[in-house]
Design a protein around this ligand. Structure first.
Ligand code: GAL
Length: 435
């Protein structure tokens, strides 16, 4: 009987006692007794760091957890409250510095390449090949989740950021129509204000103010101007008359929010829209997930409309990266999670709940509502007209330090009396320093 062969009966060459008293370092003895140690089947386990903690978000995150546990996985939840993900990024950095990274992390845009370049992420090529990701992912998404030709993240969805959410009952009561231009927006807001209604539900946090800013950049300047200013960081675009006008409009928006906006979470602002306290909100379509989770019906309780001005599609795609782990259970968990996330069943269940549309492009539309279908159609039109832009507010467009420069200047402007001329000057300087 040679060592390592499978045996039904323990080899009796050595006294059974020698095999029965197994110390922690007795693996050699066990093998020497002719017993083989069949590695226990890995128990796929992942600790997941994410920031989906609002009503709609947590329902969607719950769908992912259920899917994973139904497939035999063990999910260790590591949620970080705080919409937009800035708080979660802080926790991630400290966990990595402490040498204790979570196994799966909600991450996106240039952050994926940055972490991959540091050698911290497990490549996902094996799952990608087996699941044919090359064929099912749009090129735009594939580019975001790969680095040097390897997959380092699994995309979950495609959120559209440049939406105007409207409470039709409130607008009707005040006798205002959904605005198509920024002049119409301002006129409607003045009328709503005169009627004692908060025109714009807003949460005073840098990422939310950046969302207003980038929506106005696209609406006023169009997709080419947006790319020049917020992606290529062209100093001329950043200090142009168009950018001055963008800040002028942002100043007007400051006058359309209620006095209690500072620090408010985006989903608390969504509640103002739902309860009729406010008429409109500018937010990505995780807003729809929040509204439908509260039982609101699109087209009846709320309307999803284009932002005023020029058209285009601002993309924010969530993904999960897998930080390398030597533990077999965690490695198996990461592989299982990556496989499930781009599976057809999950792509439907999750995105219906989250308010986004699927990351894979071969999905049926039947289960998706009018806002999701509009998003799918508008994305196709924007791809055809080259007016798809990456969201700067949601970490899709520029490295973290540059995004930080935008957020600092925009939120300082929104919360002070800074002039628009000053703002564009400070913006160009801050971006130049951060590059
Ligand atoms: C975005 C994220 C969305 C949504 C939103 C509000 O950055 O991509 O999934 O959660 O923040 O928290």
């Amino acid at each position: 009987m040679v060592m390592g062969e499978t045996s039904k009966m323990p080899n009796l060459r050595k006294p059974a006692a020698a095999c029965s008293v197994l110390s922690m370092t007795a693996l050699a003895t066990v093998l020497g007794c002719g017993l083989t140690v069949t590695p226990a089947k890995a128990e796929p386990t992942v600790e997941v760091l994410h920031y989906w903690t609002s009503g709609g978000e947590s329902k969607a995150a719950g769908a992912l957890r259920q899917d994973f546990e139904a497939a035999g996985g063990k999910w260790i939840d590591a949620p970080v409250a705080g919409g937009g993900g800035d708080a979660a990024s802080t926790v991630l950095r400290s966990r990595v510095l402490a040498g204790d990274p979570p196994n799966a992390v909600q991450l996106k845009g240039p952050n994926i390449k940055e972490w991959a370049a540091q050698g911290k992420l497990a490549p996902l090529d094996e799952v990608a090949k087996a699941e044919n990701w090359d064929a099912i992912l749009p090129a735009m998404i594939r580019d975001v989740v790969t680095y040097k030709g390897h997959y380092y993240a699994v995309p979950v969805n495609i959120h559209r950021v440049n939406w105007l959410w409207v409470n039709p009952q409130v607008m009707q009561k005040a006798g205002v129509a959904i605005p198509k231009t920024w002049d119409e927006f301002n006129a409607a807001a003045e009328k709503l204000k005169a009627a004692g209604i908060v025109p714009l539900a807003h949460g005073g946090q840098p990422w939310q103010e950046a969302g207003l800013f980038e929506g106005i950049v696209l609406g006023m300047g169009g997709a080419d101007f947006y790319k020049k200013a917020l992606v290529e960081l062209d100093p001329k675009a950043l200090t142009s008359d168009t950018m001055v006008k963008v800040f002028d409009q942002l100043r007007k928006m400051r006058g359309y929010v209620d006095e209690g906006f500072a620090g408010r979470e985006w989903n608390r602002a969504a509640a103002m829209l739902m309860n009729g306290q406010a008429a409109m909100q500018i937010m990505g379509d995780w807003e729809k997930g929040e509204l439908t989770a509260a039982g609101k019906v699109p087209g009846k309780d709320f309307v999803c409309a284009n932002l005023p001005g020029q058209s285009g599609y601002t993309v924010n795609a969530d993904s999960f990266v897998m930080f390398t782990s030597a533990n077999a259970d965690r490695g198996a968990g990461q592989k299982l999670l990556a496989k499930l996330i781009l599976g057809k069943k999950f792509q439907e269940t999750f995105n219906v709940l989250k308010g986004s549309i699927p990351a894979r492009q071969d999905m049926a539309r039947d289960s998706f509502d009018e806002c999701a279908v509009k998003s799918m159609d508008d994305l196709k039109a924007a791809v055809d007209s080259n007016s798809v832009v990456p969201s700067m507010a949601h970490e899709m467009a520029v490295p973290g330090a540059v995004r930080g420069a935008f957020l600092d200047v925009v939120t300082a402007y929104f919360n002070s009396g800074m002039t628009s001329q000053d703002a564009v000057k400070r913006l160009a300087e801050a971006v130049d320093l951060a590059k």
